[in-house]
Structure formats: structure tokens, C-alpha cells
Design a protein around this ligand. Structure first.
Ligand code: EPZ
Length: 423
């Protein structure tokens, strides 16, 4: 497929309604979890995204029969045909490693390619391995693959605390294996992200017994079998937050619907603190930024703290608010790549270690930019919405991994954005 780019003409106000799709970071592990069952599973509200297609390709390779239409995915895996996640699929998407937990849980063996590096930092998987080893899996790494096998998984008290506190991925991978272990597993400190809760809730609807999801201690009572189910994925809180920032950066008023405002509390509180008016309803919120905004400070933290997946978007916003704002990124080491691109649009940003200092300017100006990762690409598009003149964002395949119909949604709110093939 030809590389594509966005062309954005800045300056339009936004208005109207935007509907939020299902969460990418819940859908990916839930699809991987579905192969724990030999029964038919129907999952609703699945976002139609590149990463979801990659996960579907992977579970099909393992033996699942899958259909995916109108955000409804059915998956049926009577038999696992292969226990291997090959490099060619894993290299497209790190989250492929979630089949490690499901395969070891169902088949007692798994061979999964090591995910390798990533633009936002080193991203080790030692805690995933620690979780599975604690349950009794033997793990060795050879030729770029993680080989895991066991004769029996046994429930245990597992501490998967790491240098940054909790890990979303390690909590989920350990949970996926522990649901098929004999006896009770306790995971501490468990990640409390809504996506972790969604995976646990899904597993409970296919007959697992998990308690404490959403708290730092998750307790799993292992079961021999999993059943079929129908389940609906939670709304994507990062997509909702990104549209909230789109309204704020254009000083507009929009309504965000089909979302879960409770999952966005830290983000909405920060927006309120800088002067944005927010009205929260059931599964929706109205955001009104037709006013002067104030600079602020953010320190990224695990849920319910301010999400790392939202800091790039706020960097673009802060770049347009007179005064000094700061962002401290504590979770990933190399996640300010949007800064240099924003600076090409006239933003004043200084990076000192894990902290970005942003001096708001009166006006950003359109420029040719390049996306480096998913959330960084979103921040460049947001900046383009208010920049004077035309902004081009290249390499938007990064953005397509995580936002469904992003430009269509922005266009329906009144933005001038088009997708073009690179020539
Ligand atoms: C998930 O990544 C999300 N990805 C990320 O979303 C998100 O930024 C991140 O959680 C934090 O919220 C998916 O859900 C697919 P972690 P994950 O394990 O699970 C360190 C996006 O844009 N760590 O919670 O990989 C790690 O290096 C993305 O949608 C270890 O040291 O994140 C990091 O510093 C990008 N050893 C910290 O823990 C391990 O074994 C938290 O990472 C695992 C992690």
C-alpha cells in the first residue's frame, strides 16, 4: 500500500458530536484471550484498526475462525493448530505477545517471537516472563523466540512490580495464563487501567473467576474450561481524550458521545484546571473551550493518574497557551518525539531529561512534519488544526494503528483535513 499523509488547513473551529469507538488496548488482549475457549465468542464494539487486523491475522494463524463486520468480531477456536507467533506478525505489533499467556494457558506451550525495540523506548518484557515462570512455565529464549512450556500451571502469589511500578501488559499476560492454572493466583501490584478491568470482565463472562480487577490485587481462581460468550468492549478513553484536546486547542465546543467519562477523570480535571468548561453526562461529555486557557503542569502516572498516552496531545495544546507549561513523562524513556516536529511549527519546547518545558506561543504555523509513533502523530494533527496555513503529517500509518476514521471524525466536526497518497 502506498504511504499516506494528511494535509490539514488550520484555523477552523470545531462543533458538533463525535462518537467514540471501542478501546484498542482492551480489544487486542481480549481477542488474544478468546483463543482460551473452544466455544464461539462474539465481541462487539471492536475498533476497525490496523492493530486489530494484525491480532486477527495472528489468531487465525493459530487456528481460530474469525469474522469481522461492522465492529462485531466472532471468533471460534475449536482447536489450536499452531502454538507459535512468528516474527513476521509480531514485528508488526508488540501486543502480539498476549498470545503467550493464552497459549500457555490452553496448550501448556507457546513459542512467541521477541517483540524487539520500539520508537518510544526499550520496553522490556521481563515482568511478563516473571509472571508466567511463577505459575510454573519453563521459559527459555533462543533464536529471537520465547519458548514456554509446562506440564502444569499452579496458582501462586506473584509480585510483578517493576521499576515503573505496575505493568499493564505483564498483568494481563499473567492473568491469561492464571485463569487456566490449578488453584489461586494473586497478582500484585496489578495495573488498574480500565483496559485491564475489561479483560478481566471478559474472562469472567467466558467462565473464569477473577476478582479485584481495578485494584492493585487481582485474585484468580483457575478453571479447567472456558465457555462461549457475547461481550462488548469499553470505549477508547484515549480517543475520547484526543477529541477533548482537539476542542481545547481550537478553542471550540464539541460533544463527545459513547464514551466513559469516569475513565478520563485525570484528563478532564486537567482541562478544567486550565479553564475549559466541561459538562459530564452519562456516557458523554460536553467540552467548551471558547475562552482563554491557562498553562499547567502534568506528571504522567499509571491509572488513575494522567495517562502517558495523552501527554503528546497536551504538549500540542500547551504550545498554544501563553505562559510556561511542563510535562514530566515517567513511564517511557523516549516519548517526546513529537517535540521536534512541533518546534518546526513554531512551538517553543525545551526537553530536560524526562521533562518538557513548553513556552506557549501566540500562533503555530503550518509545516511539513513526520509522525514517529501513534500518539505523537495525533499531536501533530491537533497542532495542524490551529496552525496558520497548511500542515502536512507524513507516515500516518502510525496513526492508523490506533484511531478509527480519525480524519472523517475531525472533518464531520468541521476541520479541513484530507488523506493523500505520498507521491
Ligand atoms: C500499554 O503498554 C499500552 N499498550 C500502551 O499504549 C500504554 O502507553 C502503556 O500500557 C501504559 O499505559 C497496550 O495496551 C497494547 P506497561 P505496555 O507494561 O503494556 C516497563 C498506545 O499508544 N516494563 O504498563 O507495554 C515499561 O518499559 C500505547 O496505545 C518493564 O520494565 O506498558 C514501562 O516503562 C503505547 N518490564 C512500564 O513498565 C516489563 O516486562 C509500563 O509499561 C513490562 C513493562
Amino acid at each position: 500500500m502506498a504511504m499516506q499523509r494528511f494535509k490539514i488547513k488550520g484555523g477552523n473551529k470545531l462543533k458538533g458530536l463525535v462518537r467514540i469507538t471501542g478501546s484498542k488496548n482492551a480489544a487486542l488482549p481480549i481477542i488474544a484471550a478468546s483463543i482460551l475457549s473452544d466455544q464461539k465468542i462474539t465481541i462487539e464494539n471492536v475498533p476497525a484498526l490496523m492493530d486489530v487486523y494484525t491480532m486477527v491475522e495472528l489468531v487465525k494463524y493459530l487456528g481460530a475462525k474469525v469474522s469481522f463486520n461492522n465492529n462485531v468480531l466472532t471468533i471460534h477456536t475449536p482447536k489450536i493448530k499452531k502454538c507459535k507467533a512468528p516474527y513476521d506478525i509480531v514485528r508488526k505489533m508488540r501486543a502480539s505477545y498476549y498470545v503467550l499467556g493464552s497459549l500457555i494457558g490452553r496448550e501448556k506451550k507457546a513459542k512467541v517471537s521477541l517483540p524487539g525495540g520500539c520508537a518510544i523506548g526499550p520496553r522490556p518484557i521481563d515482568l511478563h516472563i516473571k509472571g508466567l515462570e511463577s505459575l510454573g512455565a519453563k521459559i527459555d529464549i533462543a533464536d529471537g523466540y520465547i519458548n514456554a512450556s509446562t506440564t502444569r500451571l499452579t496458582g501462586r502469589d506473584i509480585n510483578i512490580g517493576g521499576p515503573k511500578g505496575t505493568s499493564v501488559g505483564a498483568t494481563i499476560n499473567t492473568m491469561l495464563a492464571a485463569v487456566r492454572a490449578q488453584g489461586i493466583t494473586k497478582i500484585t501490584p496489578a495495573a488498574c487501567e480500565p483496559e485491564v478491568v475489561d479483560v478481566a470482565d471478559f474472562l469472567n463472562t467466558i467462565g473464569c473467576d477473577i476478582k479485584g480487577q481495578g485494584t492493585p490485587t487481582i485474585t484468580i481462581n483457575g478453571q479447567e474450561r472456558c465457555s462461549g460468550a457475547r461481550y462488548s468492549i469499553i470505549p477508547d478513553r484515549i480517543e475520547a481524550g484526543t477529541f477533548a484536546v482537539a476542542a481545547a486547542i481550537t478553542r471550540s465546543k464539541i460533544t463527545v458521545i459513547d464514551c466513559q467519562p469516569a475513565h478520563l477523570q485525570s484528563v478532564l480535571e486537567l482541562l478544567a484546571a486550565i479553564g475549559v468548561k466541561i459538562k459530564v453526562g452519562q456516557k458523554r461529555f460536553i467540552i467548551d473551550a471558547r475562552c482563554r486557557l491557562k498553562p499547567s503542569h502534568i506528571c504522567v502516572a499509571p491509572y488513575p493518574g494522567f495517562p502517558t498516552d495523552m501527554q503528546a496531545q497536551f504538549m500540542a495544546l500547551f504550545a498554544t497557551i501563553p505562559g510556561t507549561s511542563m510535562i514530566k513523562e515517567t513511564i517511557f524513556e523516549n516519548r517526546f518525539m513529537q517535540a521536534v516536529e512541533l518546534m518546526r511549527m513554531g512551538a517553543k519546547i525545551a526537553i530536560q531529561g524526562d521533562t518538557a518545558i513548553i513556552e506557549g506561543v501566540k500562533k503555530l504555523s503550518g509545516a511539513a512534519t513526520m509522525a514517529s509513533d501513534l500518539r505523537a502523530s495525533a499531536s501533530l494533527v491537533l497542532a495542524g488544526l490551529v496552525a496558520k496555513g497548511t500542515t502536512v503529517v507524513r507516515r500516518i500509518y502510525h496513526l492508523d494503528r490506533g484511531y478509527e476514521k480519525f480524519e472523517n471524525k475531525l472533518r464531520s466536526l468541521g476541520a479541513q483535513i484530507t488523506r493523500q497518497n505520498e507521491n
